[in-house]
Design a protein around this ligand. Structure first.
Ligand code: NAD
Length: 550
């Protein structure tokens, strides 16, 4: 029988306190069919990222959370409840560890063996830590990346600027809307018409065409008039990008979100229709891989040519530079990854994907917090634009939620103000506050978040562990340590935290500590690596960094 899981709404508790109730509802919300990719397999998102090991373990977690006392802590080992201990009221109600394997054994093959034996599960980032909120998270991260790209050039937005990209899949599909939300114009090349159609239906993309001439005409007009416009251009990036170079077209920004990280299943070689590509993949995978990689060389070469012509070019975390480099394109890494290019300065301020969900289930509670954020940060223009557009264009999935990038100082301000709204009854029920693990001080991932750190500390994993420890000591409601999220087993260590604003004084104390030390970890991590921006933030905000004499 197919089980359908959906979090309870409203103020009636099934648990002995709001902290446990929040964990229960967020676990269930992760598996809501509106939220999860494959809820019947407990898979939330990101390939096989799960919320619980199996249904038996899920049922036990639910049962344990319902009877958990306000001074007890439940331990979850890779999606299975393994113990309950008496702790104290200030301690987290749940502690989780997901997919962690002793380093010398940490590869996909060994992980799969352990998984087959029923000993572990892949927790991804927010799947196994019960704070996934659907595609809003991806949209906002992409929006923030393009906002940072504009800001880096001294611009308030992408108004009158042209972005060229490719790939309108699960995550890449957020690109057209993220660009138009930044007031820019985008041509997104996509080989699969169904993908373009889906983005048009969901209003993520404005128009489509299979003609380069038509796309350029629309784009030019919109750029001249300085109006936002997104265009899905049916074609192969490995053909269209070089053709645009040949024509002397000069986009302002160029990137790519084809699934180049998987040359066999994620990238379509030039010169083939989708059907031909599928046949070749099935009948002659070696030839497919040869053609796919050869096409990526052309694709990356065109990106390098755009860069030479003055465009801002960046890799969007799909490993396309590595593939081209391995094929002999020795200057493939001449353009940077998106974290060192745009996101790291935000990380230096402790900024990252802060998010919250309304346990009442009432969208009005989120709209009230939207107003609150505009009241608290009236001068932050990109934030204002994001909140206004998110209200208009983002449909809630599961429990109503919101995401926005806030940094050190601002997170605690927002968290305490939300707790006050709960206390005063302006919100119908408590608010769950958390974040992605792709955050400033919570992840070690040398091919992504910690690529090219100033002091070479890309693979130092201590920071992620320290992050989990300080969040536990600070009294977060639940804390998690994960391995392998985002980039796969062997390639990352990261930690998550959630704190519940239930309107009490105790919650205010926890929020004050957690929402200070958690983004503070981002500041000290980057200050320690020698980033001046982080050192300045530490000085200005009086964050103690002993070795720097601060
Ligand atoms: P997806 O597989 O759902 O979509 C990829 C899309 O690219 C598909 O629609 C496919 O038809 C299209 N495509 C493939 N080859 C093409 C070609 N030659 N020309 C034009 N279109 C082509 O994947 P996704 O979830 O959208 O992710 C895309 C990539 O971006 C992944 O590699 C992912 O890891 C990366 N990514 C990274 C981050 C990050 O934060 N670092 C964020 C988003 C995405």
């Amino acid at each position: 029988m197919k089980r359908v899981i959906r979090a309870k709404r409203g103020t009636e508790l099934e648990c002995k306190g709001w902290q446990q109730e929040a964990a229960l509802r967020m676990l269930m919300n992760n598996l809501d069919p509106e939220v999860a990719e494959k809820p019947e397999e407990l898979v939330v998102y990101g390939g096989s990222g799960k919320a619980a090991r199996n249904w038996e373990a899920f049922d036990q977690i639910v049962e344990q959370l319902k009877k958990l006392e306000n001074d007890e802590t439940l331990l979850i080992q890779s999606g299975k409840p393994v113990g309950v201990f008496k702790t104290h009221e200030m301690a987290p109600r749940v502690l989780l560890s997901n997919s962690v394997i002793v380093p010398a054994w940490a590869n996909w093959d060994y992980f799969r063996e352990l998984e087959k034996k029923g000993l572990t599960m892949y927790g991804q980032m927010t799947a196994g830590s019960w704070i996934y909120i659907g595609t809003q998270g991806i949209l906002q991260g992409t929006y923030e990346t393009f906002a940072a790209a504009a800001k880096q050039q001294g611009l308030d937005s992408l108004k009158g600027k042209l972005v060229l990209t490719a790939g309108l899949g699960g995550m890449g599909g957020a690109q057209p809307l993220a660009v138009t939300m930044n007031e820019g114009v985008v041509i997104a090349v996509e080989i699969d018409e169904k993908r373009i159609n889906r983005r048009i239906q969901t209003k993520y993309c404005d128009r489509k065409t299979d003609s380069i001439d038509q796309a350029l005409e629309w784009a030019q007009e919109a750029v001249e008039k300085q109006v936002p416009l997104s265009i899905g251009l049916l074609g192969n990036a490995a053909e269209v990008f070089p053709e645009l170079v040949r024509r002397g077209i000069k986009p302002n920004y160029v990137t790519d979100q084809t699934s180049a990280h998987d040359p066999l299943n994620g990238y379509i070689p030039a010169g083939l229709t989708l059907k031909e590509a599928e046949e070749l993949r099935n009948n002659n995978p070696d030839e497919y891989l040869r053609r796919s990689k050869e096409s990526m060389v052309k694709h990356v070469q065109a990106m390098l040519d755009f860069q030479k012509a003055g465009a801002v070019v960046f890799d969007y975390g799909n490993n396309i530079r590595q593939v081209a480099y391995d094929q002999g394109l020795k200057n493939a890494f001449d353009f940077p990854g998106f974290v060192p290019a745009f996101i790291r300065p935000l990380f230096c301020e402790g900024k990252g994907p802060f998010r919250w969900a309304a346990l009442s289930g009432d969208p009005e509670d989120i709209y009230r917090t939207d107003r609150l954020i505009l009241e608290l940060f009236p001068d932050n223009e990109p934030l204002k634009r994001w909140i206004t557009m998110a209200q208009e264009r983002v449909a809630f999935q599961g429990l109503p939620s919101r995401i926005c990038w806030l940094g050190y100082g601002d997170r605690v301000k927002m968290g305490l103000a939300m707790n006050d709204l709960v206390r005063k009854g302006e919100l119908k029920a408590p608010i769950v506050i958390g974040r992605d693990h792709l955050d400033s001080g919570s992840v070690a991932s040398p091919n992504r978040e910690t690529e090219a750190m100033k002091d070479g500390s890309d693979a130092i994993g201590d920071w992620a562990i320290l992050n989990a420890l300080i969040n536990t000591a600070s009294g977060a409601s639940w804390v998690s340590v994960h391995h392998g999220g985002g980039v796969g087993i062997g390639y990352s260590l990261h930690a998550g935290m959630v704190v519940v604003a239930d309107g009490t004084d105790l919650a205010a104390e926890k929020i004050k500590r957690v929402l200070t030390s958690d983004p503070g970890m981002g500041v000290i991590r980057h200050a320690d690596a020698g980033y001046e921006e982080a050192i300045d933030v530490a000085k200005e905000k009086h964050i103690k960094v002993p070795m720097l004499g601060i």
